[in-house]
Design a protein around this ligand. Structure first.
Ligand code: ARG
Length: 563
């Protein structure tokens, strides 16, 4: 049962149905403004009265309600204070019935949603930008699943281009199997850097690398074998990162797979008259749309990143017939995706209204910290290492002594990173502060995990002493009601996160829930001599525990039961 639904039936406004009222009701930003608030501005158009007068009229009609205890009229808003016991009962019963899917909506109706995210590059270490995409992408996947979509996770591998001719040539010239086995992607990257520098002064070497790539494209067995091996190594290393976040992809086909369709793609573009030659290169001119020019074939005749994306756009729909396709990338590719989508529209693809792009903001690190060699961006691996180390020292300082310290350090360290990414609204650029991220105070991942672990330990103690959660609201101290009132806002947070592509709603909700729970915890003994009170408090704890666990899940964090 829905609180807004119940309240809207109480508000009798002639000329507006209770459904209309329900749609207007909102949760005010501050507690002092009441539990619900009705903005009367749109009603003003129906009733031809000022919003404030309407609010005053409605206030009058609620005078004898025993559900709405108190009302306030302020600037065209009717603020409602609800009877706490009455509503706590409804909230709790509703949650108990519905705990598994609390706050969920069936919007997707089991329709197919593809989410392409993280998309790492072969023979290169994934960096902090990839981590942002990974965190957002997975959060979106989980939200879409909860909202009824059948989700497929796509990792569009960057596995195509002359650079692979370079890596392979370098390996054949000065690499060794042992070293690659030992150092993995690091070795591949070093080989690339080395040969790339040499190519700058050596035309013949560059030619050799290009030929090597051509051979690969033509299916040269030996070269293909090396290439597959390098790819396998890269995917394996990436999977180590994904494992820590409980992410598994359904589809790893990337640039090289879709490159096979490039001929058809270019033929289609030409056929529709969208291309023109400019200094030898083939391009689509989008300047009328203020989107510049999109090159689709280099002067050399070689294909390009954009051609492969167009090929995948065309062929994914043929294969999947999806209802929605969401690309998650860094903001630096936003303009590029606008171009790709515009070309899709010019081609008249009938599914362009199903295709979306989401940009993650940029996270930078304070200079000098955790940057990889050559001043490049920080690598995920180094970030993980630093944050796990930091989590280790914080735990030691706190005197934590868990049997599985290492696992715990990972969960906290990595969780803190992901939380930091998802808690800030995505479009902003932010500077990452490791000390702050791992702190247990303030709006941090560890604070969330710590509160969750606290609820777990209360519940396990309750179990030991066989305290069951039977609720008797008559024994509940009034100070617990604000916590209960927060429960149904979970659905609102999910809803906003889903529609606005912004998991920070969930992060903020989780922080509120944590601080309310911790306040209650410090004010009221949960397990006490008073049996009835203990039972009720345990049930409230169980419900909080459940919500915190869900918040952690949607924020792509692990839920340690002890800390
Ligand atoms: N591999 C690319 C990178 O690391 C991201 C791919 C984005 N997706 C796409 N369809 N182009 O920058």
């Amino acid at each position: 049962m829905n609180i807004k639904e119940i309240v809207s039936k109480e508000i009798k406004a002639q000329g507006a149905t209770s459904e209309d009222i329900q749609k207007l009701l909102l949760v005010p930003p501050q507690k002092e403004m009441g539990d619900l608030s009705l903005p009367c501005f749109t009603l003003s158009k129906i009733f031809h009265k000022s919003p404030n007068d309407i609010a005053l009229n409605l206030q009058e009609s609620l005078k004898n309600s025993n559900i709405v205890k108190k009302t306030d009229v302020l600037n065209g808003y009717l603020n409602l204070f609800l009877d706490e016991k009455y509503f706590s009962k409804i909230i709790i019963e509703d949650m108990q019935k519905n705990l598994e899917r609390y706050g969920a909506q069936n919007i997707g109706n089991n329709k197919l949603c593809l989410i392409e995210f993280s998309s790492i590059n072969v023979a290169k270490n994934p960096h902090v930008g990839h981590l942002c995409g990974t965190a957002y992408g997975e959060s979106f996947c989980r939200l879409h699943e909860y909202f009824g979509y059948n989700v497929k996770r796509l990792n569009y591998l960057g596995d195509y281009g002359t650079q692979f001719g370079k890596v392979i040539t370098a390996y054949l010239k000065y690499g060794s199997r042992e070293k690659v086995l030992e150092r993995g992607v690091d070795e591949l990257q070093d080989l690339y850097i080395k040969i790339n520098a040499e190519c700058e002064n050596d035309e013949n070497l560059l030619k050799e690398c290009r030929e090597c790539f051509l051979k690969l494209e033509k299916g040269d067995k030996e070269i293909q074998k090396l290439y597959d091996w390098f790819k396998e190594i890269s995917i394996e290393e990436a999977k180590r990162i994904y494992n820590e976040l409980d992410i598994t992809f359904d589809d790893w086909r990337g640039e090289s797979f879709y490159a096979q369709y490039n001929k058809e793609t270019l033929a289609l573009l030409n056929e529709k008259g969208l291309t023109k030659r400019d200094n030898g290169a083939l391009l689509v001119d989008l300047s009328e749309k203020n989107l510049g020019k999109l090159i689709v074939e280099q002067t050399s005749g070689a294909s390009i990143y954009a051609t492969r994306d167009l090929s995948s756009l065309l062929n994914r729909y043929k294969e999947y017939h999806y209802d929605k396709l969401l690309y998650v990338t860094g903001v630096e590719q936003e303009q590029y995706f606008n171009q790709i989508f515009e070309v899709g529209k010019m081609l008249g693809l009938p599914y362009m209204d199903k295709v979306f792009h989401f940009s993650t903001g940029r996270i930078s690190l304070p200079t000098g910290k955790i940057s990889s060699r050559k001043g490049a961006v920080a690598l995920i691996r180094d970030l993980f290492k630093a944050s796990i180390q930091k989590a280790h020292s914080v735990l030691i300082e706190k005197g934590t002594n868990a049997s599985d310290m290492e696992a715990l350090e990972k969960q906290i360290g990595i969780g803190a990173l992901v939380f930091t990414i998802l808690k800030s609204t995505s479009t902003k650029d932010s500077v990452f502060d490791l000390d702050r991220a791992i702190s247990f105070d303030g709006e941090t991942g560890p604070y969330l995990q710590y509160t969750y672990a606290r609820t777990c330990s209360i519940l396990s103690k309750a179990k030991e002493s066989k305290v069951e959660g039977k609720v008797d609201l008559n024994v509940l101290p009034a100070s617990v009601f604000p916590l209960i009132k927060l429960f149904p806002n979970f659905g609102e947070a999910l809803n906003n996160a889903f529609y606005e592509y912004d998991p920070s709603y969930i992060a903020r909700y989780a922080m509120n829930l944590c601080s309310e729970f911790n306040r209650v915890y410090s004010e009221t003994k949960i397990l006490s001599e008073d049996k009835k009170l203990s039972e009720t408090m345990v049930e409230i704890t169980r419900l909080t525990n459940n919500l915190l666990k869900k918040c952690l899940y949607f924020l792509v964090m692990k839920a340690p039961e002890r800390m």
